[in-house]
Design a protein around this ligand. Structure first.
Ligand SMILES: [Zn+2]
Length: 145
């Protein structure tokens, strides 16, 4: 990895870790079958993961690794549609090869920081939302709808 002079935040390794995984999650957009996702209650369609994370509300339980129950890599993301309906997106290692690495990194981060895994996951999702919102506001500035 090239660490140029612009990597001015070595004091915040968690943000760097999160940013790297946010990029991997955003590659999910190119996989068929995950998106578009349609809300069965109100009919709203989410074109991609950006749209989904950016336009839904976070729930108390945001992401869960249910791999042990499923017997394979299996992550569930829970978000509320603007109508209140819960929309679940499932991510396997076929969709995102780095998903196992992601959970290992978050578990390690929880252990090192002394926080619960849930706390780390919530911080990750918040960082992801912030990232998408800042990207969306950049797009809105440059595009007329
Ligand atoms: Zn809806």
């Amino acid at each position: 990895m090239d660490t140029g002079p612009e990597s001015s935040a070595p004091d915040n390794p968690r943000k760097q870790l999160f940013d790297a995984f946010i990029e991997h999650f955003c590659s999910v957009n190119s996989h068929q079958g995950v998106f578009p996702k349609k809300c069965r209650t109100c009919g709203k369609e989410y074109e991609n993961l950006h749209h989904y994370i950016g336009d839904t509300e976070s729930k108390a339980q945001t992401m869960e690794d249910v791999g042990e129950i499923m017997g394979k890599s299996f992550t569930m993301v829970y978000r509320n549609c603007s109508c209140g309906n819960t929309l679940v997106v499932t991510i396997t290692d076929e969709i995102m090869p780095q998903i196992t690495e992601f959970w290992e990194a978050l578990r390690l981060e929880a252990e090192i920081s002394g926080h619960s895994l849930k706390h780390i996951v919530t911080s990750f999702v918040e960082e992801w939302e912030n990232d998408i919102n800042s990207q969306l506001s950049r797009i809105r500035k440059n595009t007329r709808f």
